[in-house]
Design a binder for this molecule. Sequence first.
Ligand code: URA
Length: 255
Amino acid sequence: MQTLDRHTLTAMLEWQIELGATEAIGDAPVDRYTLAASAPKPNAKPLSEPKSAPAPMALAEDPVAIAKDMAAQAETLEALRAQMGAFEHCELKKGARNLVFSDGRAGARVMIIGEAPGRDEDREGRPFVGRAGQLLDRMLAAADMSRDRDVYITNVLPWRPPQNRDPKPEEIGMLKPFLERHVALAAPDILVLMGNISCQAVLGKRGITRLRGNWVEALGKPVLPMFHPAYLLRNPAAKRDAWADLLELKVRVTT
Ligand code: URA
């Protein structure tokens, strides 16, 4: 990457200000709905002269810092659910019907982390209740495991993305403090990551075809990446690998 000297950078910044830029854009998104209330009226005198330096984004507006703070305050799973319900900095919440927090048995040795709610999950407020969820239940049953007894289930995102689009990296990053706290409070012995989005969120990498079936360590736990059941619905030939991974999980849980 090209590096620029201080004078060039200052000149470029001044040029931006000359053009009317009044904000420094940070790495984290800004909730413009809350800012709108305090915005100056169109005919109001500008607060600062056009030449003044842009104000740095206030720390109080950093949604990741806010999520971290709110997550840290939760001492129980119910408290965490309440904190997530009170988090107003993710646009996905505005388009979702329900917060999808978890299902299964809190305290189970295995915690499954999926991607995000779809239409059925959004409607019911529970993860993995649609077609992919039904396949997950059948897979667990085939390994003599059940949702209500042997696993605790959540998603990377608690709100449905519009049109089931992939979660954006900034959405994953913003909500990750809640996921981390969720894992800490549920305290499973083993994490199962279903699909690329979960691998992205927890391991920081994608490539489920390579990652699946190989134990790694993350968030202080042994982690097993697996194909997502929705992928298996589209690619039935991959069920053979998923079955091998499930047996691997079963052996680990019972030993
Ligand atoms: N896919 C997921 O990853 N999670 C759900 O809850 C439903 C479908």
